[in-house]
Ligand binder design. Structure first.
Ligand code: C2E
Ligand code: MG
Ligand code: MG
Ligand code: MG
Length: 276
């Protein structure tokens, strides 16, 4: 029986999870309290025009300083927060922090945007659109200056349900971006059905761009098809000037990566902008 099989699989999965050790269990329990304990911080990584090198946006990336385990990478704690159902609180925290910081940077007359990563969970939550609306109003930031990054896999998981929330976000004027593009099973043709306006090519295709013809071919294909569909293309994980040059030749719109800057704490952004 289908349902029973599913249940058994879930239980086996949890058992594996428990075997994963004390660190994992501790983190799963502690992540729920990280916000109120003030252990979280938002860092920002700039995105610039590939050709003109002008800074256009910053991606907000969550950092967790755990009192015992030290710095825990988001690739480890975000999935735990999703599984334990506390990701909503983290998203709320990042969204509000990022919009408040953005409001301050824009006061200097710079036309900047901020990109916030959104978990698949939020796309199944009708209240999410209202939450975004409220955060924008509170920070007094125009909705056009907010980009929400959604991973390819979360879009395809329950596309029909997500579509309603995505349309609500687009109605607010928010820009939607597909993160880690190329790592899932969707195609750009499938993206046509979704109200997204940006694609972020996954860094696994970008990191070795200057030496891999295969990677260059993938990025070229994604860029050309995205262009045909009227989507903006961002390359993440741009580590070298050589990779940057290839992206310029491929007509990619924006670059993000160590070649420009590593993610930095919010208070450092102002000075970085001045020096840039
Ligand atoms: P992502 O959204 O794809 O973010 C890009 C990741 O690539 C970041 O890792 C960033 O530090 C890293 N990166 C940027 N430039 C380079 C580069 O040139 N070379 C290399 N090797 N890496 C580069 P980070 O900060 O560790 O975040 C990992 C992932 O965790 C993110 O991937 C995102 O999926 C998730 N994440 C981070 N913050 C949040 C958040 O606030 N909410 C949610 N839902 N997920 C988040
Ligand atoms: Mg992202
Ligand atoms: Mg990404
Ligand atoms: Mg990624």
């Amino acid at each position: 029986h289908q349902a029973k099989f599913g249940q058994r699989q879930t239980r086996r999965y949890e058992a594996v999870d428990e075997e994963a050790g004390p660190r994992r269990l501790a983190l799963a329990a502690d992540v729920a309290r990280a916000v109120v304990r003030g252990e979280l911080e938002v860092h920002y990584q700039p995105q610039a025009g590939t050709r003109d090198r002008q800074v256009r946006a910053f991606e907000a990336l969550l950092r967790w300083q755990h009192p015992v385990w030290g710095r825990v990478p988001p690739d480890e704690f975000i999935p735990l927060a999703e599984r334990t159902g506390v990701i909503g609180g983290l998203t709320d925290y990042v969204l509000r922090s990022a919009l408040q910081d953005l409001a301050r940077w824009r006061e200097q007359g710079r036309d900047l945007s901020v990109a916030v990563n959104v978990s698949a969970r939020s796309l199944g939550d009708d209240g999410f659109v209202h939450l975004v609306d409220q955060a924008l109003t509170q920070a007094a930031v125009p909705s056009e200056a907010l980009v929400l990054e959604i991973t390819e896999s979360s879009l395809m998981a329950d596309a029909d349900r997500a579509l309603k929330v995505l349309r609500g976000l687009v109605d607010l004027g928010v820009t939607l971006s597909v993160d880690d593009f190329g790592t899932g099973y969707s195609s750009l043709a499938q993206l046509r059905r979704l109200p997204v306006s940006e694609v972020k090519v996954d860094r696994s295709f970008v990191q070795h761009l200057e030496s891999s013809r295969a990677d260059a071919a993938v990025v070229r294909a994604v860029t050309q098809m995205a262009r045909a569909l009227g989507l903006r293309v961002v390359a993440e994980g741009v580590e070298s000037d050589q990779a940057w040059q290839v992206l310029e030749a491929l007509d990619c719109d924006l670059v993000q990566g160590w070649a420009l800057a590593r993610p930095m704490p919010g208070p450092d952004v102002r000075q970085w902008l001045e020096e840039h």
